[in-house]
Ligand binder design. Structure first.
Ligand SMILES: C[S@@+](CC[C@H](N)C(=O)[O-])C[C@H]1O[C@@H](n2cnc3c(N)ncnc32)[C@H](O)[C@@H]1O
Length: 268
């Protein structure tokens, strides 16, 4: 009896599918289209959010960056044509709105990569304020796939607040090593998983919950609160890595979650 019923159910189900095939196809297509435009809307919102964040919350991060990038102005380019002008060939990955312009020496040639095309408007507005830097248009690509940037072609790679969002950290690091000229430097500043779990156990738990539930990555374009890329960095093949974990002074009730940070420099 049960078998007959199952067979009947299967055949009526097949009949229903074939009767409604067109509607099913249209619904699937609509879902795919919507998925794309929802993704695009999220990227658009994220670009606007980062622009706000940079102006209102990020001030303390900018203070920190002064310290990290201090020796950029005294660095000498490996490329003779830049040595005369005192500029450097810099690649910034995940440039966003272009918050790091103020740290680059005059005469710098800046190549920038970012997978989110909605940052272009903010970046282009910002770069107008720095006519002494030869900044290029955003190359819309991920750090993992930036094969258009030639091997050994830049003095410096800069990455700030990006490794929390990339899909494949070791791959981005290998790309950084590839594009840096021998002796070139990689500067970084990233928020990471809470490392002082004795004093800040609750923060670590909140970071894990918000990230593992997918809530934080969904709202903030794949940002993860519970990463730390130092182990990957030391295993990549740089000749020297100098890094320090510390807490920044962001006091915003939500963004205190990104107080734990890792900053430093690695040399090819
Ligand atoms: C929080 S914003 C930081 C922007 C800027 N670096 C700053 O310090 O203000 C993160 C940036 O990383 C970019 N991003 C995300 N995934 C990336 C990837 N796989 N490769 C390169 N950039 C990526 C985002 O589009 C965004 O511009």
């Amino acid at each position: 009896m049960a078998k007959v019923l199952t067979e009947e159910m299967v055949s009526s189900w097949k009949e229903w599918v074939s009767d409604n095939l067109l509607i099913i196809l249209i619904l699937v297509m609509l879902l795919l289209i919507l998925q794309d435009s929802v993704g695009d809307l999220r990227r658009r919102w994220f670009a606007a959010f980062v622009n706000w964040f940079n102006k209102d919350v990020d001030v303390k991060m900018q203070e920190l960056k002064k310290d990290i990038f201090a020796d950029l102005t005294s660095s000498v380019s490996h490329f003779p044509e830049f040595r005369k002008s005192g500029g450097l060939k810099i690649l910034e990955i995940g440039v966003g709105t272009g918050t790091n312009f103020e740290f680059y020496p005059e005469g710098t040639k800046l190549t920038v990569v970012d997978p989110n095309p909605h940052f272009k408007q903010y970046y282009n507005e910002n770069r107008k304020k720095y006519p002494n830097i030869e900044s290029e248009e955003i190359i819309v690509s991920t750090g993992e796939e930036m094969y258009m940037v030639p091997d050994d072609s830049v003095d410096v790679v800069v990455v700030t607040l990006v490794f929390c969002s990339v899909k494949d950290i070791p791959r981005v690091l290998r790309q950084i090593l590839r594009v840096l000229v021998p002796g070139g430097k990689f500067y970084f500043l990233e928020h990471i998983a809470e490392f002082d779990t004795t004093r800040h156990a609750l923060r670590r738990r909140i970071q894990n919950t918000l990230t593992k539930s997918g809530v934080w990555p969904f709202v903030f374009d794949n940002c993860h609160l519970n990463r730390d890329f130092l182990k990957d960095l030391t295993g990549t093949g740089f000749s020297m890595v100098k890094a320090v974990r510390f807490h920044n002074h962001i006091t915003h009730p939500i963004f205190q979650l990104i107080q734990p940070c890792l900053k430093g420099v690695a040399v090819k």
